[in-house]
Design a protein around this ligand. Structure first.
Ligand SMILES: [Zn+2]
Length: 97
């Protein structure tokens, strides 16, 4: 089966995200591009996708249409993502620098 706007074939661990219409080279990469808190189904969803610009600035690379996670430590990327989310949402309480 081919998926998404580019009709790419998903082989092995490759995945396609229906939310942001991006392709990922692995399930791991897919997981990493979804950020935010998991909340009960009764609450508004807080999980969202990193934008293409956010992926690029986070050091991700696209190869053959599929996103690859950054080569450098993923921990640093995660911290930055968390910050970006709370800023965009208008903050949940006071922000520490
Ligand atoms: Zn997505």
């Amino acid at each position: 089966m081919n998926y998404g706007p580019l009709k790419l074939k998903l082989t092995g661990q490759k995945t396609y995200c229906h939310h942001c219409e991006q392709y990922f080279n692995s399930v791991y990469a897919f997981d990493k591009h979804r950020v935010g808190k998991h909340v009960p189904i009764s609450e508004p969803a807080q999980r969202l996708c990193l934008s293409e610009a956010q992926l690029r600035s986070g050091g991700w690379n696209k190869k053959g249409g599929f996103w690859l996670t950054p080569k450098r430590a993923p921990v640093a990327l995660h911290t930055r993502q968390g910050k970006a989310i709370s800023e965009r949402k208008g903050g949940r309480g006071p922000r520490r620098a």
